[in-house]
Design a protein around this ligand. Structure first.
Ligand code: 16G
Length: 244
């Protein structure tokens, strides 16, 4: 059975307006991974005909699914099932780990990579002595062309080695050097995306993003990272197991 036939089968089991049934059918198929992340949807005319609905109903339903982060449209490349990440809040992982463990290939676009002395506020927060040589690395974190988030991380040059150019996984580089953070203090809040970050993430003004501040400490309790991340609210969901 093709994906379209499967969506149609699910729609047939529902009642209500066709557009609503399509949204519900696709939502359930995406959530149970019958429709996998990255899967391209057929061209509009063909998809509408195979589903037995009008193109305008299809368009409205896809707009709804895009608003909820289930599908994404890339200019020139059509619409595809969006990557959505459920991230356990208590697991100490980096972006590369998170994507690889889900079978996704992470990519990064480096926007800034430079050395600088530790800024006073970071020195104050982390206890790193004034004058410590740091590196600032600002990256768009992506899966293919799909932007998932923006990381702006500051860390001691010593933690990565003077020849690090920001490519590849930062945590893998730290592992090879002296070790990645072993303990993290992290705060996470939902905010309306600031205009400059909206442009970077490719989301509309006022969209919801998760603003995450983390300070990572090494085995000796030494600060290894002071980072701000803005993760797209329609791509990320933090989950936790809570026990008594
Ligand atoms: C995550 C971290 C970020 C860290 C990066 C390392 C959050 C909110 N942020 O994006 O602080 O610098 O991973 O990833 O988890 P990398 O090893 O792929 O470079």
């Amino acid at each position: 059975m093709t994906e379209t036939q499967e969506i149609r089968r699910r729609m047939d089991k529902l009642s209500g307006p066709l557009g609503v049934r399509l949204v519900m059918a696709m939502t359930s198929a995406i959530e149970d991974r019958t429709l996998g992340a990255g899967l391209p949807l057929p061209p509009e005319r063909e998809f509408a005909a195979d589903l037995g609905i009008s193109r305008s109903t299809l368009r409205h339903s896809l707009e709804q699914l895009a608003k909820d982060g289930y599908v994404a449209t890339r200019p020139g490349a059509g619409t595809f099932i969006a990557h959505r990440i459920q991230k356990p809040i208590t697991r100490l992982t980096g972006f590369t780990d998170d994507m690889l463990s889900r079978g996704l290939m992470p990519t990064s676009r480096i926007l800034e990579c430079r050395k600088m002395p530790v800024p006073p506020d970071i020195s104050f927060r982390t206890g790193l002595p004034l004058g410590t040589e740091m590196m600032l690395l600002a990256r768009l974190r992506q899966v293919g062309d799909d932007v998932m988030g923006y990381d702006r991380s500051i860390f001691p040059v010593q933690a990565v080695g003077g020849d690090y150019d920001g490519s590849g996984s930062l945590y893998a580089r730290m592992d090879a050097q002296g070790g990645r953070p072993r303990r993290i203090m992290q705060s996470l809040k939902a905010i309306e995306v600031p205009d400059d970050i909206a442009l970077l993430l490719g989301v509309h003004q006022g969209a919801a993003v998760l603003a995450i501040h983390r300070i990572g400490y090494g085995v000796q309790g030494n600060a290894l990272e002071d980072a701000m991340s803005w993760y797209r609210g329609d791509r990320y969901e933090y989950i936790a197991e809570i026990t008594e």
